[in-house]
Design a protein around this ligand. Structure first.
Ligand SMILES: NC(=O)c1ccc[n+]([C@@H]2O[C@H](COP(=O)([O-])OP(=O)(O)OC[C@H]3O[C@@H](n4cnc5c(N)ncnc54)[C@H](OP(=O)(O)O)[C@@H]3O)[C@@H](O)[C@H]2O)c1
Length: 402
């Protein structure tokens, strides 16, 4: 880095979440001469947000309501921290995503809430380090078109896609036969369908290898996370559904692989710490020492690989179906999944109801071309309403709950 290079401005959507907090740890470890936090977007966790503001002093922050803003101001005042400008709701997240001093926007809110802000960041020509995969699932065509038009870079933070990005560096895409996403298999990899049906929320939240937010952890338990990643991989790298495969790899050491036309397979390996992928997306095309412990190959007794069980985990087939049919169907599938996961977390439906709700919503959905923002938002809205119906049908009446 030359002595007169200015630090890069970083904006984070979802700064208080698992990826957001890890991003700030990466920024701290890389040092203030490289990166400066210029804007933070969060929802309701003002306690963590206040700590982040006190440490990084961003000029702009966003929270999801006036009540949260009020609470945040009081906390900062009590700590004698200079108040940043505080903005609210989706409009606030959009201000964070398009902040004039932001060179890179880390998109790490969860679910559809990050969609329009991430799109606006791409339209504004920012580098987007994307964790929030749901945004690409909803509107891959729109987002990649916006990136092409503005010249924005879209770099994956999801560990599998980050691994693929690393494996694909320097390879000609015509020489890549297929890409192979690895999946840990989640907490129910070895359980029967009956055991899955009986599973509690806390069992589903116990991920064997990664420590993540609640929604992605439930998605990992149903393997919908891998389904979302198949669609994400299509939009990031341009491979067709038949060229995107999944292999279950319980140790989560190989983060993903590519297979070349001559039969060579290239894998990216590493410890299960999201800070590797986040740092790669921030510093690309350069690499910097990370300070994280290296992968200890001698401590690995074995690595296992097995095909996914698409009968016990029907979400995988639903995602391939959505990708093949295209248009607004992936947005509808994503919305139905978000609603069903929330209903499961609130103990209104069982884990095995989740794919049933999604499939019923997909069957009801009238697919449209997904080239306009309004059409995608309408697909999201109508699928949520259809999902609410299906969840109501699946919900056990209180009188039947033991
Ligand atoms: N965690 C991982 O290791 C991992 C790995 C790969 C990909 N991803 C993807 O990265 C994304 C984030 O995952 P995560 O695990 O970091 O989730 P998380 O821990 O649940 O964090 C979600 C973040 O989004 C914010 N948020 C939620 N609703 C909001 C709203 N209405 N307005 C503004 N902000 C809102 C939350 O704010 P408050 O907490 O302040 O309310 C929090 O900062 C997901 O799309 C996930 O699939 C995560």
């Amino acid at each position: 880095m030359s002595a007169d290079a200015k630090p890069k401005g970083i904006a984070i959507l979802g700064s208080t979440g698992s990826i957001g907090c890890n991003t700030l740890r990466v920024v701290e470890s890389l040092g203030s001469e490289r990166f400066r936090v210029v804007a933070l977007g969060a929802g309701r966790n003002v306690e963590v947000l206040a700590d982040q503001i006190a440490t990084h002093l961003p000029p702009l922050v966003s929270v999801d309501s006036e009540a949260a803003a009020h609470d945040l101001r009081a906390r900062l005042f009590a700590r004698d921290v200079d108040l940043p400008r505080i903005v609210i709701g989706e409009a606030g997240l959009i201000e964070v995503a398009t902040h004039a001093q932001a060179d890179c926007v880390v998109s790490a809110t969860v679910g559809a809430v990050g969609f329009v802000p991430t799109l606006r960041a791409l339209e504004a020509g920012k580098r987007v380090a994307l964790a929030n995969k749901e945004t690409l699932v909803m509107a891959g065509e729109l987002m990649t078109r916006a990136a092409r038009a503005s010249g924005a870079e879209l770099l994956p933070v999801d560990s599998e896609h980050n691994a693929l990005h690393q494996c694909l560096r320097g390879e000609k895409s015509a020489e890549v036969r297929r890409i192979i996403l690895t999946a840990s298999g989640g907490p129910f990899r070895t359980k029967t369908r009956a055991q899955m049906q009986e599973s509690t929320v806390s069992e589903a939240l116990r991920h064997p290898t990664w420590n993540m937010g609640a929604k992605i952890t439930i998605d990992s338990a149903t393997l919908m996370n891998k389904g979302l990643e198949v669609i994400e991989a299509h939009w990031l790298f341009g491979f067709l559904p038949d060229q995107i495969d999944i292999v279950v790899h319980p140790e989560s050491v190989v983060h993903s692989m590519i297979e070349l036309v001559d039969g060579s397979v290239m894998a990216q390996m590493g410890v299960t710490d999201m800070r590797h992928a986040i740092q790669y997306a921030l510093t690309y095309p350069d690499r910097q020492p990370s300070g994280l412990p290296p992968l200890d190959l001698n401590a690995l007794s074995a690595l296992h690989f097995e095909p996914p069980d698409t009968v016990r985990f029907p979400c995988i087939a639903l995602a391939y179906r959505a990708l093949r049919e295209g248009g607004t169907l992936p947005a509808a599938m994503n919305a139905a999944n978000e609603e069903a996961v929330q209903a499961f977390i609130e103990e209104r439906i069982t884990l095995t109801d989740i794919p049933q709700v999604i499939e019923a919503v997909m069957d009801r959905h009238q697919t449209q071309p997904a080239t306009e923002l309004t059409t995608i938002l309408e697909a999201d809205r109508s699928a949520r309403s259809a999902a609410a119906d299906e969840i109501r049908k699946a919900t056990k009446p209180a009188s039947l709950l033991a």
